[in-house]
Write a protein that binds this ligand. Structure first.
Ligand code: GLU
Length: 431
């Protein structure tokens, strides 16, 4: 007997009820977009799941002399459009479901900005704040050597993510190169500039957020000087994003780190705030601003709210109290699907994460290209090409959303799924 709707059955099998499970959140959006697109059930079945999940146990000699074994993952979600691509995060609460979701988001993100990569993500369960530099180096090198057969410039290209940085990438590049017996700069992106990194990569995610916001405020007839901005997060994305917006004349009235947030309705001196955080390792005690909790910060009335920290910050619980016009998602997965509905009903214009934070992977793509050419671009060339990509993708997404009469999040997934589906269909499924 043939089934009336095989996709609906598949969907029931996958979608759970945990609002904060990132893989379920990703799947719910995927299903909705796939259904509106009328995605072929065979393509649906293939694209819905990762291509490969790798779990490694990483022995590390700690400074005490003893061995500690860490659990790590690399999930490669999709290769239809090119090598898999995505960062590696180090955190105590990393889980396989989180890494799976993040790997899928990389596939959709790369497709939204139309760079020739699939998606992947890695993670190691560890507390980098409790580890010495030597322990982190040994952890990184052993993790890399465990993944030797699965990563490579043509296979899967890691990058920084939460709690990893240029130094981490340099260790990965060196370890991979030692095994390969020659220097392979294209194995990772986000490297230090002198050893195959790209100018502008460090600021790229924040700059991408800025370019999206520049486009979005036009829809509200706002100029930067009239636009109030609240940024959650003061790291690579939030900190540099706030700094760039401040430089462009935006009025950044709120910013936070893990300890809490600062609010000053007259505008914060962002370079000063960032210097303060750098010195004191916390926003706490900064003079000339009100101190609020991270939850309170999200509810501050503003034109642009940019959650640039982590997942599940805007949920069914607090979304009715979010008072921004534009939500620019610098983090991956900051909003749950239940919150999506509430924000939509309240007329919030959402720049979805798979577009808003795609500046990082876009310049990663430029870095990979430069490594392969062995010819490095000027910073203004990198930034100009990034702007071109972000603006074009923003407009394509808005066009898609208007044409299909769907919210911008659904439009982003539809755009991405449509591209990956086309390429998968053209290549054919080797089944
Ligand atoms: N970790 C970043 C992200 O989530 C960058 C990934 C990359 O450059 O490959 O987009």
């Amino acid at each position: 007997m043939t089934k009336a709707n095989p996709m609906a059955d598949e969907m029931r099998r996958f979608v759970g009820t945990d609002e904060k499970n990132p893989f379920e959140a990703m799947s719910e959006r995927f299903d909705k977009a796939a259904q509106i697109l009328g995605l072929d059930p065979d393509l649906y079945a293939v694209m819905r799941v990762p291509s490969r999940e790798i779990k490694v146990y990483i022995p590390v000699r700690m400074d005490s002399g003893h061995i500690q074994v860490f659990e790590g993952y690399r999930v490669q979600h999709n290769f239809a459009r090119g090598p898999a691509k995505g960062g590696i995060r180090y955190a105590p609460d990393v889980s396989l479901d989180e890494v799976k979701a993040l790997s899928a988001w990389m596939t959709w993100k790369c497709a939204v900005v139309n760079v020739p990569f699939g998606g992947a993500k890695g993670g190691i369960i560890c507390d980098p704040n409790q580890m010495s530099l030597g322990e982190l180096e040994r952890l990184t090198r052993r993790y890399t050597s465990e993944l030797m057969d699965f990563i490579g410039p043509e296979r899967d290209v890691p990058a920084p993510d939460m709690n990893t940085n240029e130094q981490t990438m340099a260790w990965i590049m060196d370890t991979y190169s030692m095994h390969a017996r020659h220097t392979v700069t294209g194995i990772v992106t986000g490297k230090p500039v002198p050893i195959g990194g790209s100018l502008g990569r460090r600021e790229a995610t924040g700059r991408g957020v800025l370019f999206c916001v520049n486009e979005a405020i036009k829809r509200f007839n706002l100029t930067p000087a009239e636009t109030t901005v609240v940024v959650q997060g003061a790291g690579n994305v939030g900190g540099l994003g706030a700094q760039l917006m401040h430089e462009q004349g935006y009025k950044v009235i709120g910013i936070s780190d893990v300890h809490g947030g600062l609010v000053n309705r007259d505008g914060l001196d962002i370079p000063k705030v960032l210097d303060y955080i750098n010195e004191n390792k916390s926003v706490e005690g900064y003079p000339g601003a009100d101190f609020v909790t991270n939850e309170e910060l999200l509810e501050v009335e503003c034109d642009v709210l940019a959650p640039c920290a982590t997942e599940n910050q805007i949920t069914s619980e607090n979304s009715p109290r979010i008072k921004c016009k534009i939500l620019a998602e610098g983090a991956n997965g900051p909003t749950t699907p239940k919150a999506d509905k509430i924000l939509y009903e309240n007329g919030v214009f959402v720049i979805p994460d798979i577009l808003a934070n795609a500046g990082g992977v876009t310049v990663s793509y430029f870095e990979w290209v430069q490594d392969r050419m062995g010819y490095f671009w000027r910073e203004d060339v990198v930034n100009e090409r990034l702007e071109e990509k972000m603006v074009a993708s923003f407009n394509e997404l808005c066009h898609f959303s208007e044409k299909h009469n769907v919210d911008t999040r659904t439009a982003a997934y539809m755009l991405a799924i449509d591209r990956v589906a086309y390429d998968t269909r053209m290549r054919g499924i080797y089944a």
